[in-house]
Design a protein around this ligand. Structure first.
Ligand code: GDP
Length: 375
């Protein structure tokens, strides 16, 4: 580990070299300095912790990207370095509003983010757009990443777009995204969008890391309430019906009324905020400013009543417990003694020879007896 770490730091002043020559002959550098510069630029691992943190703090997006790559990496050396960077960036973070945006594929998420995003960057805000994409692991492709998205924002000096980390479980990806939020905030981004596809459990993960949760919807043909699970609607601070333009305008307004009525049936929110339902046309950039004004209203209200801070603190604890659960699961599944008996026990459960409760207990007993054997 120590070795990896020193390699990561560029082995400054390293005099060990495979090209060692006898004393008396001028010692050539084991590294072409010009190539080293290039290397330093293209290999994230070769920067020092200070260079990363200073680069992030000064808003250098190349260095920010490199630090994010470290966070996403599964190499232990990278993870160690990422942890140190995180630690130093944490005190610089927090000064933003984090907004989750979800909706089914095709609802217009990227068009909406581009429309709202441009509005924000033009007024001097610095916007980071991150994504959590549950499809990327399963299909090796990605619902959010496979098309040219947000072309204007992609070239906007005040915007930073980062696609979803593609490896790992949803929990792992969510954890990494949370860390990326911290780095983006330390780099001075004051508005963070976390985008996800409304097709799975990723909304819950996003909900647990944002201050405001916006659900984008379409006016369907009578199936307004079926496209998205009720649980997701309950999490929403805003429901926005997109594509309220052309022939669709009337349908969108009708849907707006229906959603408003449906929201009345939901329990009151803990924040004291009454979720709003509005319509917009991301394509025609209509209704976008109103939505932002409402989000600002939410921020002011929840900062005043203490919910904003309280929610962030609760999220931190939740993430802590989630991380423990994930690590515990990994450790359990990788435990050799557990691995050895698992197929047999599974079989016995399937045959009805043993209850699942008893099987779990047996496996846990084996795990706890052999836990140190892993180390
Ligand atoms: P995503 O998959 O949710 O990111 O959706 P996109 O932003 O890629 O949009 C899907 C399609 O809907 C594209 O063809 C967009 O041009 C179109 N679209 C997005 N917003 C609007 C809108 O406000 N009105 C109309 N008519 N079409 C839109």
């Amino acid at each position: 580990m120590q070795k990896t770490f020193s390699v990561l730091q560029g082995e400054k002043g390293n005099n060990k070299s495979a090209l060692k020559v006898n004393k008396g002959i001028e010692q050539p550098s084991s590294f072409n300095p010009e190539a080293a510069k290039l290397f330093k630029d293209s290999k994230p691992g070769l920067l020092s912790i200070e260079e990363y943190v200073e680069g992030i703090r000064s808003g250098n997006r190349t260095i920010l990207s490199k630090a994010i790559t470290l966070i996403e990496s599964s190499l232990p050396g990278h993870q160690q370095l990422a942890e140190k960077i995180m630690e130093l960036c944490l005190p610089l973070s927090g000064n933003s509003i984090r907004i989750g945006i979800t909706g089914v594929p095709g609802v217009g998420k990227s068009t909406f983010i581009e429309a709202l995003g441009k509005e924000l960057t033009l007024t001097g805000h610095k916007l980071a757009v991150l994504a959590i994409d549950p499809s990327s692991k399963r299909t090796k492709g990605s619902i959010l990443g496979d098309k040219t998205r947000m072309e204007e924002l992609a070239t906007d000096a005040n915007a930073f777009i980062r696609p979803s980390p593609s490896a790992g479980s949803l929990g792992g990806v969510a954890q990494k995204t949370k860390e990326i939020i911290v780095l983006c905030e330390a780099a001075g981004f004051d508005i963070i969008f976390v985008e996800t596809v409304g097709v799975g459990q990723s909304e819950t993960a996003v909900h647990s890391m944002v201050d405001f949760f916006l659900l984008l919807m379409l006016a369907g043909a009578g199936d307004e309430l079926q496209g998205i699970k009720r649980g997701i609607m309950e999490m929403a601070d805003a429901i926005v019906i997109n594509k309220a333009d052309g022939d669709n305008l009337r349908k969108a307004e009708l849907a707006q009324r229906e959603y408003k009525n449906a929201l009345h049936l939901f329990p009151p929110t803990e924040s004291g905020w009454i979720p709003f339902v509005s319509t917009c046309s991301a394509r025609e950039k209509k209704g976008i400013k109103d939505i932002w004004d409402k989000i600002k209203e939410y921020e002011a209200q929840t900062k005043k009543n203490g919910h904003f801070e309280k929610q962030r603190k609760e999220q931190e604890l939740k993430i802590m417990f989630e991380t423990i659960k994930e690590s515990f699961n990994d450790s359990f599944k990788n435990n050799l003694a557990v691995k050895n008996i698992l197929p047999k026990i599974e079989n016995r459960v399937l045959k009805g020879e043993i209850s699942s409760y008893k099987a779990a207990k047996e496996l846990l007993d084996v795990y706890f007896k052999n836990i140190s054997a892993d180390k």
